[in-house]
Design a protein around this ligand. Structure first.
Ligand SMILES: Cc1cc2nc3c(=O)[nH]c(=O)nc-3n(C[C@H](O)[C@H](O)[C@H](O)COP(=O)(O)O)c2cc1C
Length: 151
């Protein structure tokens, strides 16, 4: 099975890229940015992973735009992962919204994974950031287990 991972990781810490690389090593996938995800690469993949840091309580706009412009998923499998400074709140379910966006596009979302990432946004930098050292080894191990249990 060919798996393509499209990952948007904007902070200088590359937290989501580290999760993407761990998943990719585990299931032998290719990791690209939204800009690198050509229609040919997307069409050739049996399964697509979509990963993003969380920015202003949402997935990266570039990844959302990419999904909105995708051809019909035709029932292909997809999975979703994200890193964020804070856990998602019930008031703003951005992972669920992103899942629905993919389902609306005809993908079958098989699973989602989230974990904390070092967050030095704004005033947090003054205290060395929130979630120092994360994703840590336990987070990377969890990402590996997530990848291994994908159907
Ligand atoms: C511009 C910006 C906005 C952010 N907004 C949020 C937010 O709304 N909620 C949150 O939990 N974390 C927020 N964060 C923290 C990031 O989600 C977190 O650091 C994430 O791990 C970044 O992933 P990356 O290193 O792959 O970009 C923000 C970070 C940046 C740089």
């Amino acid at each position: 099975m060919t798996t393509l991972i499209i990952c948007s990781s904007r902070s200088p810490h590359a937290n989501t890229t580290r999760i993407a690389q761990t998943i990719a090593e585990t299931i032998d996938a290719q990791v690209v940015t939204p800009d690198q995800a050509t229609p040919e690469l997307i069409a050739a993949a049996d399964r697509i992973g979509f990963g993003s840091g969380i920015y202003w309580m949402n997935f990266d706009r570039r990844l959302i735009d990419l999904v909105d412009h995708l051809a019909d998923g035709a029932g292909r499998e997809a999975f979703v992962f994200a890193t964020s400074g804070l856990p998602e709140t019930p008031l703003r379910r951005y992972t669920e919204s992103f899942r629905k966006r993919l389902e609306h596009k005809g993908f079958r979302v098989i699973d989602t994974f989230t974990c904390r990432g070092l967050d030095t946004m704004g005033p947090l930098a003054a205290i060395g950031g929130l979630n120092k050292q994360r994703p840590n080894q336990a987070d990377l191990d969890a990402a590996r287990r997530f990848a291994l249990q994908l159907p």
